[in-house]
Design a protein around this ligand. Structure first.
Ligand code: ADP
Length: 496
Protein backbone atom coordinates (compact mmCIF):
# COMPACT_ATOMS: atom_id res chain seq x y z
CA UNK A 1 0.00 0.00 0.00
CA UNK A 2 1.55 3.35 -1.01
CA UNK A 3 0.76 6.92 -0.11
CA UNK A 4 1.04 10.26 -1.84
CA UNK A 5 3.22 12.98 -0.38
CA UNK A 6 4.63 16.47 -0.58
CA UNK A 7 8.30 17.08 -1.31
CA UNK A 8 10.42 17.23 1.86
CA UNK A 9 12.65 20.14 2.93
CA UNK A 10 16.40 19.93 2.37
CA UNK A 11 18.45 18.74 5.34
CA UNK A 12 19.58 21.85 7.17
CA UNK A 13 21.06 21.41 10.63
CA UNK A 14 24.21 22.66 12.34
CA UNK A 15 24.46 19.14 13.77
CA UNK A 16 25.53 17.93 10.32
CA UNK A 17 29.10 18.98 9.60
CA UNK A 18 29.82 18.38 5.93
CA UNK A 19 33.02 16.52 5.04
CA UNK A 20 34.44 16.34 8.58
CA UNK A 21 34.84 13.85 11.43
CA UNK A 22 35.53 14.44 15.12
CA UNK A 23 39.06 13.76 16.38
CA UNK A 24 40.40 15.29 19.57
CA UNK A 25 37.56 17.83 19.65
CA UNK A 26 38.34 19.10 16.13
CA UNK A 27 36.29 18.63 12.99
CA UNK A 28 38.81 17.34 10.48
CA UNK A 29 38.86 15.80 7.00
CA UNK A 30 40.46 12.44 6.25
CA UNK A 31 44.24 12.34 5.78
CA UNK A 32 43.53 11.22 2.19
CA UNK A 33 41.29 14.25 1.59
CA UNK A 34 38.70 11.91 0.08
CA UNK A 35 35.01 11.81 0.98
CA UNK A 36 32.06 9.43 0.69
CA UNK A 37 28.51 10.58 -0.15
CA UNK A 38 25.80 9.73 2.38
CA UNK A 39 22.49 9.29 0.61
CA UNK A 40 18.84 9.08 1.58
CA UNK A 41 17.87 5.54 0.56
CA UNK A 42 14.31 6.59 -0.28
CA UNK A 43 15.32 9.24 -2.80
CA UNK A 44 19.08 8.80 -3.42
CA UNK A 45 19.55 12.51 -2.56
CA UNK A 46 23.02 13.25 -1.20
CA UNK A 47 22.58 14.35 2.44
CA UNK A 48 26.21 15.15 3.22
CA UNK A 49 29.74 13.91 2.66
CA UNK A 50 31.89 12.16 5.22
CA UNK A 51 35.68 11.72 5.29
CA UNK A 52 36.97 8.48 3.79
CA UNK A 53 39.42 7.65 6.54
CA UNK A 54 42.08 4.99 6.88
CA UNK A 55 44.73 3.83 9.30
CA UNK A 56 46.43 7.28 9.51
CA UNK A 57 43.20 8.81 10.75
CA UNK A 58 42.68 5.97 13.23
CA UNK A 59 46.23 6.51 14.53
CA UNK A 60 45.44 10.23 14.92
CA UNK A 61 42.23 9.37 16.83
CA UNK A 62 44.00 6.86 19.09
CA UNK A 63 46.56 9.54 19.99
CA UNK A 64 43.78 12.03 20.76
CA UNK A 65 42.03 9.44 22.94
CA UNK A 66 45.31 8.71 24.75
CA UNK A 67 45.80 12.38 25.50
CA UNK A 68 42.28 12.67 26.90
CA UNK A 69 42.50 9.48 28.94
CA UNK A 70 44.28 10.47 32.20
CA UNK A 71 41.97 13.40 33.04
CA UNK A 72 38.81 11.52 32.06
CA UNK A 73 39.78 8.32 33.88
CA UNK A 74 40.66 10.29 37.02
CA UNK A 75 37.56 12.49 37.01
CA UNK A 76 35.30 11.30 39.82
CA UNK A 77 32.58 8.97 38.63
CA UNK A 78 29.73 11.20 39.77
CA UNK A 79 31.02 14.03 37.60
CA UNK A 80 31.40 11.67 34.63
CA UNK A 81 27.79 10.60 35.16
CA UNK A 82 26.66 14.23 35.45
CA UNK A 83 28.22 15.03 32.05
CA UNK A 84 26.40 12.09 30.51
CA UNK A 85 23.11 13.32 32.00
CA UNK A 86 23.79 16.75 30.48
CA UNK A 87 24.50 15.06 27.13
CA UNK A 88 21.11 13.30 27.35
CA UNK A 89 19.40 16.64 28.11
CA UNK A 90 20.92 18.33 25.04
CA UNK A 91 19.88 15.39 22.85
CA UNK A 92 16.36 15.61 24.24
CA UNK A 93 16.20 19.35 23.54
CA UNK A 94 17.04 18.64 19.90
CA UNK A 95 15.26 15.30 19.66
CA UNK A 96 13.23 16.20 16.56
CA UNK A 97 16.32 17.28 14.66
CA UNK A 98 18.30 14.17 15.64
CA UNK A 99 15.34 11.99 14.73
CA UNK A 100 15.07 13.67 11.35
CA UNK A 101 18.77 13.14 10.61
CA UNK A 102 18.44 9.45 11.50
CA UNK A 103 15.22 9.03 9.54
CA UNK A 104 16.82 10.58 6.48
CA UNK A 105 19.98 8.52 6.47
CA UNK A 106 18.30 5.23 7.40
CA UNK A 107 15.19 6.02 5.33
CA UNK A 108 12.77 5.07 8.07
CA UNK A 109 9.47 6.72 9.00
CA UNK A 110 8.86 8.32 12.38
CA UNK A 111 8.64 6.01 15.40
CA UNK A 112 7.60 8.66 17.89
CA UNK A 113 9.79 10.03 20.69
CA UNK A 114 13.52 9.43 20.48
CA UNK A 115 14.77 6.68 22.81
CA UNK A 116 18.39 7.82 22.96
CA UNK A 117 18.13 10.28 25.92
CA UNK A 118 16.60 7.55 28.10
CA UNK A 119 19.30 5.08 27.08
CA UNK A 120 22.05 7.54 27.99
CA UNK A 121 20.40 8.39 31.32
CA UNK A 122 20.18 4.71 32.20
CA UNK A 123 23.93 4.41 31.57
CA UNK A 124 24.77 7.73 33.28
CA UNK A 125 23.13 6.42 36.44
CA UNK A 126 25.53 3.50 36.46
CA UNK A 127 28.69 5.59 36.25
CA UNK A 128 29.10 5.95 40.02
CA UNK A 129 27.88 2.45 40.83
CA UNK A 130 30.98 0.71 39.54
CA UNK A 131 32.14 -1.06 42.67
CA UNK A 132 34.70 -3.63 43.69
CA UNK A 133 34.40 -6.06 46.60
CA UNK A 134 36.25 -6.47 49.88
CA UNK A 135 38.12 -9.76 50.09
CA UNK A 136 38.68 -12.03 53.09
CA UNK A 137 42.34 -12.18 54.22
CA UNK A 138 44.52 -14.74 56.00
CA UNK A 139 45.39 -12.36 58.83
CA UNK A 140 44.08 -9.11 60.38
CA UNK A 141 47.27 -7.35 59.16
CA UNK A 142 45.99 -7.58 55.59
CA UNK A 143 43.32 -5.75 53.70
CA UNK A 144 42.15 -7.04 50.34
CA UNK A 145 39.78 -5.54 47.81
CA UNK A 146 39.14 -5.26 44.11
CA UNK A 147 39.12 -2.14 41.95
CA UNK A 148 37.29 -1.94 38.67
CA UNK A 149 39.30 0.16 36.25
CA UNK A 150 38.75 1.25 32.65
CA UNK A 151 40.77 -0.46 29.92
CA UNK A 152 42.07 2.83 28.51
CA UNK A 153 41.56 3.65 24.84
CA UNK A 154 38.83 1.40 23.45
CA UNK A 155 37.28 0.93 20.01
CA UNK A 156 33.79 0.48 18.65
CA UNK A 157 32.24 -0.28 15.27
CA UNK A 158 28.48 -0.03 14.70
CA UNK A 159 26.11 -0.74 11.81
CA UNK A 160 23.68 1.53 9.96
CA UNK A 161 20.29 0.16 10.98
CA UNK A 162 19.88 2.09 14.26
CA UNK A 163 22.88 4.44 14.33
CA UNK A 164 21.66 6.68 17.17
CA UNK A 165 20.85 4.00 19.77
CA UNK A 166 23.87 1.88 18.79
CA UNK A 167 26.19 4.85 19.23
CA UNK A 168 24.62 5.94 22.51
CA UNK A 169 24.73 2.50 24.09
CA UNK A 170 28.26 1.58 23.06
CA UNK A 171 29.92 4.98 23.57
CA UNK A 172 27.88 5.80 26.67
CA UNK A 173 28.84 2.63 28.54
CA UNK A 174 32.50 2.78 27.50
CA UNK A 175 33.06 6.39 28.57
CA UNK A 176 30.92 6.11 31.71
CA UNK A 177 33.48 3.53 32.87
CA UNK A 178 36.31 6.04 32.30
CA UNK A 179 37.58 4.81 28.93
CA UNK A 180 38.13 7.09 25.96
CA UNK A 181 36.93 5.85 22.61
CA UNK A 182 37.53 5.65 18.89
CA UNK A 183 34.22 4.84 17.22
CA UNK A 184 33.51 4.11 13.59
CA UNK A 185 29.89 4.39 12.49
CA UNK A 186 28.69 2.71 9.30
CA UNK A 187 29.41 4.52 6.05
CA UNK A 188 25.67 4.36 5.16
CA UNK A 189 24.45 6.10 8.35
CA UNK A 190 27.21 8.11 10.08
CA UNK A 191 25.41 11.45 10.43
CA UNK A 192 23.40 10.66 13.58
CA UNK A 193 26.52 9.43 15.45
CA UNK A 194 28.44 12.56 14.38
CA UNK A 195 25.53 14.76 15.52
CA UNK A 196 25.40 12.97 18.90
CA UNK A 197 29.16 13.38 19.28
CA UNK A 198 28.82 17.12 18.56
CA UNK A 199 26.27 17.42 21.38
CA UNK A 200 28.56 15.43 23.71
CA UNK A 201 31.22 18.12 23.21
CA UNK A 202 28.64 20.86 23.84
CA UNK A 203 27.59 19.04 27.01
CA UNK A 204 31.15 19.37 28.31
CA UNK A 205 32.44 15.84 27.70
CA UNK A 206 36.08 16.77 27.03
CA UNK A 207 37.70 16.76 23.61
CA UNK A 208 39.25 13.40 22.76
CA UNK A 209 36.96 11.35 25.02
CA UNK A 210 34.72 10.52 22.03
CA UNK A 211 36.41 10.36 18.64
CA UNK A 212 34.34 9.47 15.60
CA UNK A 213 36.30 8.25 12.58
CA UNK A 214 34.25 7.76 9.42
CA UNK A 215 34.87 5.64 6.34
CA UNK A 216 34.54 2.20 4.87
CA UNK A 217 34.69 -0.95 6.94
CA UNK A 218 37.70 -2.49 5.23
CA UNK A 219 39.66 0.77 5.58
CA UNK A 220 38.84 2.84 8.70
CA UNK A 221 36.98 -0.05 10.34
CA UNK A 222 39.69 -2.66 9.91
CA UNK A 223 42.32 -0.25 11.29
CA UNK A 224 40.64 -0.06 14.73
CA UNK A 225 40.85 -3.69 15.97
CA UNK A 226 44.23 -3.96 14.20
CA UNK A 227 45.60 -1.07 16.27
CA UNK A 228 47.83 -2.44 19.04
CA UNK A 229 46.95 0.32 21.52
CA UNK A 230 43.17 -0.28 21.35
CA UNK A 231 42.64 -2.16 24.62
CA UNK A 232 39.10 -3.43 24.13
CA UNK A 233 36.58 -3.61 21.27
CA UNK A 234 32.82 -3.61 20.87
CA UNK A 235 31.33 -4.62 17.52
CA UNK A 236 27.79 -4.83 16.20
CA UNK A 237 27.21 -6.04 12.65
CA UNK A 238 27.18 -9.12 10.48
CA UNK A 239 28.68 -12.46 11.60
CA UNK A 240 31.11 -12.39 8.66
CA UNK A 241 32.55 -9.03 9.70
CA UNK A 242 32.37 -10.03 13.37
CA UNK A 243 34.61 -12.97 12.61
CA UNK A 244 37.15 -10.65 10.92
CA UNK A 245 37.07 -8.30 13.93
CA UNK A 246 37.66 -11.22 16.28
CA UNK A 247 40.58 -12.41 14.16
CA UNK A 248 42.16 -8.95 14.29
CA UNK A 249 41.56 -8.79 18.05
CA UNK A 250 43.10 -12.26 18.46
CA UNK A 251 46.34 -11.01 16.89
CA UNK A 252 46.57 -8.26 19.51
CA UNK A 253 44.98 -10.29 22.34
CA UNK A 254 42.31 -7.61 22.59
CA UNK A 255 39.12 -8.58 24.46
CA UNK A 256 35.82 -7.80 22.78
CA UNK A 257 32.11 -8.29 22.65
CA UNK A 258 30.20 -9.09 19.47
CA UNK A 259 26.53 -8.44 18.76
CA UNK A 260 25.80 -10.19 15.46
CA UNK A 261 22.77 -11.29 13.52
CA UNK A 262 19.72 -13.37 14.24
CA UNK A 263 17.09 -15.61 12.70
CA UNK A 264 14.67 -15.13 15.51
CA UNK A 265 11.78 -17.60 15.84
CA UNK A 266 8.26 -16.61 16.88
CA UNK A 267 6.65 -19.81 18.15
CA UNK A 268 2.85 -19.80 17.99
CA UNK A 269 0.88 -22.39 19.97
CA UNK A 270 -2.71 -23.40 19.35
CA UNK A 271 -3.98 -21.39 22.31
CA UNK A 272 -2.25 -18.14 21.26
CA UNK A 273 -4.13 -14.85 21.31
CA UNK A 274 -3.95 -14.13 17.59
CA UNK A 275 -5.49 -10.67 17.99
CA UNK A 276 -2.32 -9.69 19.83
CA UNK A 277 0.13 -11.97 18.01
CA UNK A 278 -0.67 -11.17 14.37
CA UNK A 279 -0.04 -7.38 14.41
CA UNK A 280 3.02 -7.87 16.60
CA UNK A 281 4.47 -10.48 14.27
CA UNK A 282 3.85 -8.34 11.19
CA UNK A 283 5.49 -5.39 12.92
CA UNK A 284 8.38 -7.60 14.09
CA UNK A 285 9.39 -8.26 10.49
CA UNK A 286 8.56 -4.89 8.92
CA UNK A 287 9.84 -2.46 11.58
CA UNK A 288 12.87 -0.73 10.05
CA UNK A 289 12.04 -2.75 6.90
CA UNK A 290 13.17 -5.92 8.67
CA UNK A 291 16.65 -4.46 9.12
CA UNK A 292 16.88 -5.24 12.82
CA UNK A 293 19.08 -7.97 14.21
CA UNK A 294 16.21 -8.95 16.54
CA UNK A 295 13.62 -9.18 13.71
CA UNK A 296 11.30 -12.15 14.21
CA UNK A 297 11.94 -13.65 10.79
CA UNK A 298 10.62 -17.22 11.35
CA UNK A 299 7.13 -18.15 12.46
CA UNK A 300 7.12 -21.65 13.92
CA UNK A 301 3.45 -22.56 14.20
CA UNK A 302 1.50 -25.58 15.46
CA UNK A 303 -0.51 -27.10 12.63
CA UNK A 304 -3.77 -26.80 14.60
CA UNK A 305 -3.69 -23.02 14.15
CA UNK A 306 -1.57 -22.78 10.99
CA UNK A 307 -4.19 -21.97 8.34
CA UNK A 308 -5.89 -19.28 10.37
CA UNK A 309 -2.57 -17.69 11.31
CA UNK A 310 -1.28 -17.56 7.73
CA UNK A 311 -4.51 -16.01 6.43
CA UNK A 312 -4.48 -13.36 9.14
CA UNK A 313 -0.75 -12.66 8.81
CA UNK A 314 -1.05 -12.19 5.06
CA UNK A 315 -3.98 -9.79 5.52
CA UNK A 316 -2.03 -7.87 8.17
CA UNK A 317 1.10 -7.61 6.05
CA UNK A 318 -0.98 -6.26 3.17
CA UNK A 319 -2.03 -3.32 5.37
CA UNK A 320 1.61 -2.25 5.88
CA UNK A 321 2.16 1.12 4.21
CA UNK A 322 5.50 2.11 2.74
CA UNK A 323 7.07 5.23 1.35
CA UNK A 324 9.83 7.82 1.86
CA UNK A 325 10.97 8.90 5.32
CA UNK A 326 8.78 12.01 5.64
CA UNK A 327 5.44 10.23 5.14
CA UNK A 328 3.27 8.72 7.87
CA UNK A 329 3.96 5.15 6.75
CA UNK A 330 4.87 1.91 8.50
CA UNK A 331 7.92 1.07 6.45
CA UNK A 332 10.69 2.76 4.45
CA UNK A 333 13.06 1.36 1.84
CA UNK A 334 16.07 -0.90 2.38
CA UNK A 335 19.31 0.91 3.09
CA UNK A 336 21.17 0.51 -0.21
CA UNK A 337 21.35 -1.21 -3.56
CA UNK A 338 23.42 -4.09 -2.23
CA UNK A 339 20.82 -4.92 0.44
CA UNK A 340 18.03 -4.52 -2.09
CA UNK A 341 19.64 -7.03 -4.42
CA UNK A 342 20.35 -9.36 -1.51
CA UNK A 343 16.75 -9.34 -0.24
CA UNK A 344 15.34 -9.85 -3.75
CA UNK A 345 17.83 -12.70 -4.29
CA UNK A 346 16.59 -14.37 -1.09
CA UNK A 347 12.99 -14.04 -2.28
CA UNK A 348 14.10 -15.85 -5.46
CA UNK A 349 15.87 -18.50 -3.38
CA UNK A 350 12.66 -19.13 -1.39
CA UNK A 351 10.57 -19.46 -4.56
CA UNK A 352 13.08 -21.79 -6.22
CA UNK A 353 13.23 -23.97 -3.11
CA UNK A 354 9.46 -24.51 -3.33
CA UNK A 355 8.20 -22.32 -0.48
CA UNK A 356 4.68 -20.88 -1.02
CA UNK A 357 4.79 -17.13 -1.68
CA UNK A 358 1.60 -15.92 0.04
CA UNK A 359 1.98 -12.17 -0.33
CA UNK A 360 4.55 -9.60 -1.46
CA UNK A 361 7.77 -10.68 -3.14
CA UNK A 362 8.08 -7.77 -5.56
CA UNK A 363 9.51 -4.27 -5.88
CA UNK A 364 6.56 -1.89 -5.48
CA UNK A 365 5.90 0.87 -7.98
CA UNK A 366 4.08 4.15 -7.50
CA UNK A 367 4.51 7.81 -6.74
CA UNK A 368 7.44 8.48 -4.42
CA UNK A 369 8.85 4.97 -4.76
CA UNK A 370 10.75 5.40 -8.04
CA UNK A 371 14.18 6.07 -6.60
CA UNK A 372 14.13 4.18 -3.32
CA UNK A 373 15.24 0.66 -2.52
CA UNK A 374 11.73 -0.56 -1.74
CA UNK A 375 10.49 -4.11 -1.43
CA UNK A 376 7.03 -5.38 -0.47
CA UNK A 377 6.46 -7.07 2.89
CA UNK A 378 6.79 -10.71 1.93
CA UNK A 379 5.30 -13.85 3.49
CA UNK A 380 6.41 -17.37 2.63
CA UNK A 381 4.44 -20.37 3.89
CA UNK A 382 5.26 -24.09 4.04
CA UNK A 383 8.93 -23.30 4.51
CA UNK A 384 11.12 -26.28 5.28
CA UNK A 385 13.54 -25.65 8.19
CA UNK A 386 16.42 -26.68 5.95
CA UNK A 387 15.74 -24.05 3.30
CA UNK A 388 18.17 -21.15 3.16
CA UNK A 389 15.35 -18.63 3.80
CA UNK A 390 14.73 -20.46 7.10
CA UNK A 391 18.38 -20.52 8.19
CA UNK A 392 20.10 -17.37 6.89
CA UNK A 393 19.57 -13.81 8.03
CA UNK A 394 17.91 -11.86 5.19
CA UNK A 395 17.77 -8.42 6.86
CA UNK A 396 14.61 -7.46 5.02
CA UNK A 397 10.81 -7.72 5.44
CA UNK A 398 10.65 -11.41 4.56
CA UNK A 399 8.85 -13.76 6.94
CA UNK A 400 8.96 -17.56 6.72
CA UNK A 401 6.22 -19.75 8.22
CA UNK A 402 7.30 -23.24 9.28
CA UNK A 403 4.46 -25.57 10.38
CA UNK A 404 5.25 -28.09 13.16
CA UNK A 405 3.34 -30.98 14.80
CA UNK A 406 4.05 -30.49 18.50
CA UNK A 407 6.08 -28.69 21.17
CA UNK A 408 9.10 -30.98 20.72
CA UNK A 409 9.31 -30.21 17.05
CA UNK A 410 8.73 -26.51 17.74
CA UNK A 411 11.73 -26.42 20.07
CA UNK A 412 13.88 -28.37 17.63
CA UNK A 413 13.02 -26.05 14.74
CA UNK A 414 13.26 -22.85 16.80
CA UNK A 415 16.72 -23.86 18.03
CA UNK A 416 17.75 -25.31 14.68
CA UNK A 417 19.79 -22.42 13.28
CA UNK A 418 23.28 -21.17 14.07
CA UNK A 419 21.78 -18.00 15.55
CA UNK A 420 20.38 -17.38 19.03
CA UNK A 421 19.52 -13.72 19.50
CA UNK A 422 15.80 -13.37 20.31
CA UNK A 423 12.90 -15.82 20.47
CA UNK A 424 9.26 -15.17 21.19
CA UNK A 425 6.45 -17.46 22.18
CA UNK A 426 2.70 -16.89 21.84
CA UNK A 427 0.65 -18.97 24.26
CA UNK A 428 -1.87 -18.54 27.09
CA UNK A 429 -0.57 -21.57 28.95
CA UNK A 430 1.81 -20.85 31.83
CA UNK A 431 3.36 -24.31 31.68
CA UNK A 432 4.18 -23.92 28.00
CA UNK A 433 5.62 -20.46 28.72
CA UNK A 434 7.85 -21.77 31.52
CA UNK A 435 9.17 -24.71 29.48
CA UNK A 436 9.78 -22.62 26.36
CA UNK A 437 11.56 -19.87 28.33
CA UNK A 438 14.05 -22.46 29.51
CA UNK A 439 14.39 -24.48 26.34
CA UNK A 440 14.86 -21.76 23.73
CA UNK A 441 18.49 -20.99 22.91
CA UNK A 442 18.42 -17.20 22.74
CA UNK A 443 19.78 -14.24 24.64
CA UNK A 444 16.26 -12.79 24.95
CA UNK A 445 12.95 -14.65 25.16
CA UNK A 446 9.65 -12.77 24.91
CA UNK A 447 6.43 -14.44 26.02
CA UNK A 448 3.48 -12.81 24.26
CA UNK A 449 5.89 -9.95 23.61
CA UNK A 450 7.88 -9.58 20.38
CA UNK A 451 11.56 -8.68 19.99
CA UNK A 452 12.17 -9.31 23.70
CA UNK A 453 10.67 -5.85 24.30
CA UNK A 454 8.85 -4.31 27.24
CA UNK A 455 11.51 -4.34 29.96
CA UNK A 456 13.85 -1.58 31.12
CA UNK A 457 17.54 -2.38 31.29
CA UNK A 458 17.33 -5.89 29.91
CA UNK A 459 20.83 -7.13 28.97
CA UNK A 460 20.97 -7.56 25.19
CA UNK A 461 23.13 -10.04 23.31
CA UNK A 462 23.24 -13.44 21.69
CA UNK A 463 23.67 -17.16 22.17
CA UNK A 464 25.63 -19.24 19.63
CA UNK A 465 26.68 -17.35 16.47
CA UNK A 466 24.66 -14.29 17.45
CA UNK A 467 27.66 -13.22 19.49
CA UNK A 468 28.77 -12.85 23.07
CA UNK A 469 28.79 -10.15 25.72
CA UNK A 470 25.75 -8.12 26.75
CA UNK A 471 24.98 -4.44 26.21
CA UNK A 472 22.23 -2.17 27.58
CA UNK A 473 21.79 -3.86 30.97
CA UNK A 474 22.82 -2.75 34.43
CA UNK A 475 26.19 -4.50 33.88
CA UNK A 476 26.99 -2.78 30.61
CA UNK A 477 29.33 -0.23 32.19
CA UNK A 478 31.06 -2.99 34.19
CA UNK A 479 31.78 -4.79 30.93
CA UNK A 480 34.02 -1.90 29.93
CA UNK A 481 36.12 -2.31 33.11
CA UNK A 482 38.81 -4.74 34.19
CA UNK A 483 39.30 -6.03 37.72
CA UNK A 484 42.40 -5.39 39.83
CA UNK A 485 42.95 -7.19 43.14
CA UNK A 486 44.74 -5.05 45.73
CA UNK A 487 46.28 -6.56 48.87
CA UNK A 488 47.75 -4.30 51.57
CA UNK A 489 49.69 -5.14 54.69
CA UNK A 490 50.06 -2.94 57.75
CA UNK A 491 53.64 -1.53 57.51
CA UNK A 492 54.07 -1.54 61.27
CA UNK A 493 53.07 -5.18 61.39
CA UNK A 494 55.52 -5.89 58.53
CA UNK A 495 58.33 -4.48 60.72
CA UNK A 496 57.41 -6.72 63.69
P1 ADP B 1 26.21 -4.91 7.17
O1 ADP B 1 26.38 -6.04 6.19
O2 ADP B 1 24.96 -4.97 7.92
O3 ADP B 1 26.58 -3.58 6.62
P2 ADP B 1 28.76 -5.15 8.39
O4 ADP B 1 29.14 -6.12 9.42
O5 ADP B 1 29.39 -5.27 7.05
O6 ADP B 1 27.20 -5.22 8.32
O7 ADP B 1 28.97 -3.67 8.89
C1 ADP B 1 28.87 -3.26 10.22
C2 ADP B 1 29.97 -2.28 10.48
O8 ADP B 1 31.21 -2.95 10.29
C3 ADP B 1 30.00 -1.06 9.57
O9 ADP B 1 30.42 0.08 10.32
C4 ADP B 1 31.05 -1.43 8.55
O10 ADP B 1 31.68 -0.30 7.95
C5 ADP B 1 32.04 -2.20 9.42
N1 ADP B 1 32.90 -3.11 8.67
C6 ADP B 1 32.64 -3.77 7.52
N2 ADP B 1 33.70 -4.52 7.15
C7 ADP B 1 34.66 -4.34 8.08
C8 ADP B 1 35.99 -4.84 8.27
N3 ADP B 1 36.55 -5.67 7.40
N4 ADP B 1 36.67 -4.44 9.37
C9 ADP B 1 36.11 -3.59 10.26
N5 ADP B 1 34.87 -3.08 10.13
C10 ADP B 1 34.15 -3.44 9.07
Amino acid sequence: MTMTHDAPRALDSDLVVDGAQLIGGDWVPAASGETIDVINPATRDVLARIPRSGSDDVEHAVQAAEEALPAWRDLDATSRGRLLFRWADLIEQRADEIDEIERREVGRPSWGPLGVPGQIRFIAGQADKVQGVSLPTYSPEHLGFTLREPYGVVGGIIPWNAPGPMFAVEVGAAIAAGNTMVMKPAEDAPLTPLALAKLALEAGIPAGVINVVTGYGHEAGAAIPAHPRIRRMGFTGSPQTGSLIMEACAKNLTPLHLELGGKSPQVVFGDADLDAAVPAMAMGITLNTGQICAAGSRVVVLRSIHDELVDRLAAQMETITYGPWHQQVNMGPLINEKQHRRVLDYIGVGRDAGADLVTGGAVPTGAGLEDGFFVQPTLFDKVDPDMRIAREEIFGPVLSVIPVDDEEEAVRVANGTDYGLVASVWTRDVGTAVRMSRRLEAGQVGINSPLGAGVIGGPFGGYKNSGFGRTMGADSVLDWTQVKTVSMRDAVAVGR
